[in-house]
Ligand binder design. Structure first.
Ligand SMILES: Cc1cc2nc3c(=O)[nH]c(=O)nc-3n(C[C@H](O)[C@H](O)[C@H](O)COP(=O)(O)OP(=O)(O)OC[C@H]3O[C@@H](n4cnc5c(N)ncnc54)[C@H](O)[C@@H]3O)c2cc1C
Length: 405
């Protein structure tokens, strides 16, 4: 077939669409990209605060799958073929120097997302793949072995179509896909921070702890990691992970729910051991002067205040009840979340084309041989840290390669 020159259309010039197009350009295949806006790779440009967090340093696919709250089982097949090592090798072999930050996020060494864009656009150019701008797909209709694409003023038919309309499609609706009758999971925001309007810690904004656990009482929902106090509530990886994993549950609760914060991810036994040490070493010192060294001083003071204990008390003078109240503040400080705030505009959308519609071997749509869907358009969303782009590269690579065969 490839010798006869397959006619391949990619819809959307985002990360997933461009990567798919590059890999669809094999043999005699004729690849074209259709983009609704007048820009290619617009999200790559602004991603990661302009630095583009290209992917995440995870050598083991088991760990990589854990970054995808609702789709990890399905994607095992995909990541088994193209994951972090392949992504890194692909970019580096084309001259993009990459660096890994201490938390595993991978950025271009230039700290400039334009370096990533230059590599991708260079590849499109080398493969002679045009991008047709201001071409918004209005409908895709399966006609025999081909697909008719309706762009409003014109209709064109293709042998293969790769749908890569991204999260934007979620905002604008899935209208172009209507003729296909696909199962769509309704879109919801993921990756948000928690608003706590009556938090008594707001004035401590900017303080953070490196390893907290945030849990929602009465459920098994909990995540750990760094936690940041903000002027509106809480942020940081522990909160963002919880927002991603529980995106649907929290939407169902209309973003109103209690949380318990364990500031140091301690067990009750850890606390007992700490108190034992304090009584041995600092019994005659005041709480103000002999704190838990891992907690920022102002946070310690506030938690003691919340426990209704005076900072002027000496450790030796604390009653059992007072020690218990301090324990609750360190291990289970309660706050009432009411509302959410987008994380640095860096939201992703949970929802999209249902996982059951896809074969993750190559991101083909099971009901429509020759039609593929990649990137954020499908019901896959990752936690923050470069995982959403990793999915764009993986799905783009697999669908692109398969479409040309
Ligand atoms: C501010 C911000 C920063 C981010 N930073 C990071 C980061 O550093 N690392 C990370 O991993 N993830 C990051 N993300 C998430 C990541 O950008 C997305 O998951 C990723 O861009 C999805 O790629 P995509 O190609 O599927 O979709 P998109 O990048 O959204 O591309 C889709 C394209 O399709 C076009 N389109 C839509 N509808 C049509 C239509 N009907 N016809 C034709 N064209 C159409 C759109 O105009 C767009 O160009 C960030 C997200 C945001 C919002």
């Amino acid at each position: 077939m490839a010798d006869q020159g397959l006619n391949i259309a990619v819809i959307g010039a985002g990360a997933a669409g461009v990567f798919a197009a590059i890999h669809a350009a094999q043999g005699n295949s004729q690849v074209q990209i259709f983009e609704a806006s007048n820009k290619a790779l617009a999200k790559v440009k602004i991603s990661g605060g302009g630095r583009c967090n290209v992917c995440h340093d995870v050598q083991n696919n088991g760990a990589l799958l854990k970054a995808f709250p609702r789709s990890s089982k399905a994607m095992r097949k995909a990541f088994g073929q193209f994951a972090y090592p392949e992504t890194r090798a692909w970019f580096e072999s084309r001259g993009l120097a990459l660096k890994v930050e201490s938390d595993g996020r991978v950025f271009p060494s230039s700290d400039d997302s334009q370096s990533v864009i230059d590599i991708l656009l260079g590849e499109l150019k080398a493969a002679d793949i045009p991008i047709h701008f201001s071409k918004r797909l209005k409908a895709v209709v399966a006609k025999g072995a081909q697909f008719e694409l309706d762009f409003g003023s014109v209709k064109e038919s293709f042998d293969r179509v790769i749908l890569a309309m991204g999260g934007q499609a979620q905002i604008r609706g899935f209208g172009p896909l209507d003729p296909l009758g696909l199962d769509i999971v309704s879109p919801l925001p993921s990756l948000f921070t928690f608003n706590v309007p009556d938090s008594d810690l707001k004035d401590l904004q900017g303080l953070s702890v490196p390893m907290a656990k945030v849990q929602i009482p009465g459920t098994k929902w909990q995540q750990d990691g760094p936690l940041l106090i903000t002027h509106w509530g809480f942020s940081g990886p522990a909160v963002l992970k919880l927002s991603a994993w529980q995106a649907r549950d929290l939407a169902e609760r209309n973003y109103k729910f209690p949380i318990l914060i364990n500031w140091l991810n301690w067990t009750d036994t850890d606390y007992e051991a700490f108190v034992g040490e304090q009584l041995k070493l600092f019994a005659k010192k005041k709480l103000a002067n002999a704190r838990i060294s891992e907690l920022p001083r102002r946070l310690w003071e506030r938690l003691v205040l919340r426990a209704q204990v005076s900072l002027d008390k000496r450790w030796v003078d604390l009653s059992k009840k007072e020690l218990n109240r301090i324990r609750e503040q360190i291990l289970r400080a309660e706050f009432k979340v009411s509302g959410k705030t987008t994380f640095k505009e860096e939201f992703v959308t949970a929802g999209g084309i249902a996982l059951s519609e896809l074969d993750f071997k190559d991101y083909s749509l099971k009901k429509f041989p020759g039609l593929y869907a990649v990137g954020e358009l499908i019901d896959v969303d990752g936690i923050t840290g470069g995982f959403n782009f990793q999915h764009a590269w993986t799905s783009g690579f697999l669908a692109g390669r398969a479409s040309a065969q």
